[in-house]
Design a protein around this ligand. Structure first.
Ligand SMILES: C[C@@H](O)[C@H](NC(=O)OP(=O)(O)OC[C@H]1O[C@@H](n2cnc3c(N)ncnc32)[C@H](O)[C@@H]1O)C(=O)O
Ligand SMILES: Nc1ncnc2c1ncn2[C@@H]1O[C@H](COP(=O)(O)OP(=O)(O)OP(=O)(O)O)[C@@H](O)[C@H]1O
Ligand SMILES: [Fe+2]
Length: 569
């Protein structure tokens, strides 16, 4: 096996019939693509498959002749047979997208890949398309351990590596981000794909308010899309709706990306996927990263939209790690999830169990994802101020900060009333987005995870749900625990080591089982994303919830997770 492989990649999960050659020796990528453009409506699976059928052989041939040229040049410089007849094959392996994607398209690509590998007598590498979207950014940025935001047509999720897998920290609860935008543009009669048209129209539009929906690091587009369609139908100028749509959707994605950086303690962010070509989204992510001292990278547009270059680049890493597959094991998988992939190419890299400075005894300010928290040790109080986010439209920014401050104060008190430990509120100023409340605990749960504490959180969530509201963002960073050192100076609950819930800013009143299940799911995902060994903790949370809460919520949780959603181990 060569140490600097040359890989031919093939992509065809939906619209892009694409082939590429990645030459690791020179770190260069040649891409040949042929896009399927529907005459009307969105992507028709059968038409897309017909497109793959005719276009794949042509793009593969173009890539192959490029590979032959590279090989001839290499042979010439090493004095091997210049005709290339007796020399090595022009590539070391064929990598192809195994999924996720449209079944009929995937099968055509896989068949082409198997045939080519057979003819050239080189191995096959089966690549997960979503992991390729993120690895291309890590590769071109040369980042060590980034959080990745995949913003593509059929998907939208946040991923981060932990213990040999890319874990899904957050994702869309309904459609992919590009598909959501494309549905809106179909409604107003614009041709597919809609993303670039919305971007162009938004440049001439004025921001309008639309529903903003994030739950922890998950998010949903259905409400915004219905509201956007209704606004156009009611006569709001379409450019204004486009501006509102971009500002809202991309602010949601930027917010959850920031929360993922904060939760995982990382300082690198990469963007992947076709929607990543949008300038406004990139500008927002860049601003957010700048403001928190993180580094942002988006690969060039040819690597963002679906392309075989990313398949070839990841194929090379997988090949070098020995991840080839036999033909009989190379079946496609239309639902292939990123967290099903064993990330062997990153070696035995283990993220240290605790990368989050656990010692907080002297701290006076804490930068959360949304707020700056100032600790007054003498008074045993903290002041939390939701700071303006420079990436957000000012109107949206002000609305979110004001609303969240008010709801946080209200629900923090309400939770106390139903017996869930929370900090006592001393003062609230929604217009300054400031709350002053009691200092509680001596660690975030993230830095002091035990099954007992997790059980207590499970019980607390069941209790507030029973009272008719959700926390909205119950992650291991939004729970404070008293590990002992200051148990004496805090309140009675802490002495009993009952964790405090904090940060109710995303909470709301609801009697929907679905909302309660989502709340529990957010907590569960935060365990998966941060705990060295999440399994017993996840079980503890569920068991405790079962003791106190409504079991229909647990049934619904299983549903939520089974809905093609991505859950870890
Ligand atoms: C499974 C796979 O087939 C699928 N691929 C995919 O969705 O193609 P991708 O190239 O990553 O993204 C296409 C989407 O990207 C959107 N898009 C393209 N340019 C855009 C722009 N300037 N602004 C916003 N969206 C844009 C399009 O409207 C379309 O919805 C996926 O990765 O989810
Ligand atoms: N009452 C409190 N007592 C002690 N520490 C607190 C208190 N409130 C907040 N903190 C500390 O400040 C951190 C950030 O607070 P909080 O989660 O409310 O802000 P945020 O910006 O909304 O954070 P995020 O969105 O990242 O969860 C907490 O993780 C916790 O360590
Ligand atoms: Fe894609």
């Amino acid at each position: 096996m060569t140490t600097s492989p040359r890989i031919l990649g093939i992509e065809g999960t939906a619209w892009a019939a694409s082939a590429a050659v990645y030459d690791s020796e020179t770190d260069s990528t040649f891409i040949e693509s042929d896009a399927y453009e529907p005459d009307s409506g969105g992507i028709h699976p059968r038409e897309a498959a017909e497109h793959m059928h005719t276009a794949i052989p042509q793009v593969v041939e173009a890539a192959l002749s490029h590979a032959r040229e590279l090989q001839a040049e290499a042979d010439e410089s090493t004095g091997d047979d210049p005709a290339g007849i007796a020399a090595d094959p022009p590539i070391d392996a064929v990598a192809f997208s195994r999924g996720p994607g449209l079944g009929p398209c995937l099968r055509i690509v896989a068949t082409a890949a198997r045939a080519l590998a057979g003819t050239l007598d080189v191995p096959l590498v089966g690549v997960n398309h979503m992991v390729a979207h993120l690895e291309i950014g890590r590769h071109t940025a040369d980042f060590e351990d980034p959080v990745c935001l995949n913003a593509s047509g059929a998907n939208a999720h946040l991923l981060a590596y932990r213990n040999g897998r890319y874990r899904v920290l957050g994702e869309t609860m309904d459609t992919g981000v590009g598909n959501a935008i494309d549905k809106f543009t179909r409604h107003v009669g614009w041709s597919h794909p809609g993303g670039p048209k919305v971007e162009a129209a938004a440049a001439d539009g004025e921001y309008v308010d639309l529903p903003y929906v994030v739950k922890g690091m998950d998010f949903s587009f259905s409400g915004i899309m219905s509201a956007a369609k209704a606004a156009v139908d009611d006569g709001t100028p379409v450019e204004d709706v486009c501006a509102g749509l971009q500002e809202t959707i991309f602010a949601m994605l930027t917010e959850v990306a920031e929360r993922a950086l904060s939760l995982t303690g990382r300082d690198e962010l990469v963007l992947g996927g076709g929607v990543g070509q949008n300038e406004r989204l990139r500008a927002m992510l860049r601003k957010m990263c700048e403001a928190r001292g993180a580094t942002f990278h988006a690969p060039e547009p040819r690597f963002l939209r679906d392309n075989a270059g990313m398949i070839a680049v990841l194929g090379a890493k997988m090949y070098a790690a020995g991840e080839t597959i036999a033909v009989e094991e190379s079946a496609v998988d239309p639902d292939f999830r990123p967290d099903q992939v064993d990330v062997v190419w990153r070696g035995n890299e283990t993220v240290e169990a605790n990368r989050f400075g656990a010692d907080e005894d002297d701290r006076t300010t804490v930068d959360g994802a949304e707020a700056v928290v100032t600790v007054d040790r003498e008074a045993d109080r903290v002041t939390k101020r939701r700071v303006p986010k420079p990436y957000r439209h000012p109107t949206l920014d002000e609305r979110l900060r004001r609303e969240r401050t008010a709801i946080e104060a209200r629900l923090t008190s309400l939770a106390r009333q139903v017996g869930v430990p929370t900090p006592v509120i001393h003062d609230v100023d929604p217009y300054e987005s400031t709350i002053t409340f009691a200092h509680v605990g001596d660690r975030d749960l993230r830095d002091a995870l035990t099954t007992e504490r997790v059980r207590a959180v499970g019980r607390s969530l069941a209790t507030i749900h029973d009272a008719g509201f959700v926390h909205g963002d119950p992650t291991v960073r939004n729970v404070r625990v008293a590990t002992g050192s200051d148990a004496g100076r805090t309140e009675p609950e802490a002495a009993a080591d009952r964790p405090y819930l904090i940060d109710f800013g995303l909470g709301y009143h609801t009697d929907h089982i679905e909302d309660y299940a989502m709340d529990l799911h957010v907590f569960d995902q935060s365990l998966v994303g941060t705990a060295p060994d999440p399994k017993p903790l996840r079980e503890a949370a569920i068991d405790a919830y079962r003791e106190v809460g409504d079991t229909r919520v647990l049934d619904r949780l299983a549903d939520v997770e089974g809905r093609g959603r991505y859950v870890g181990e």
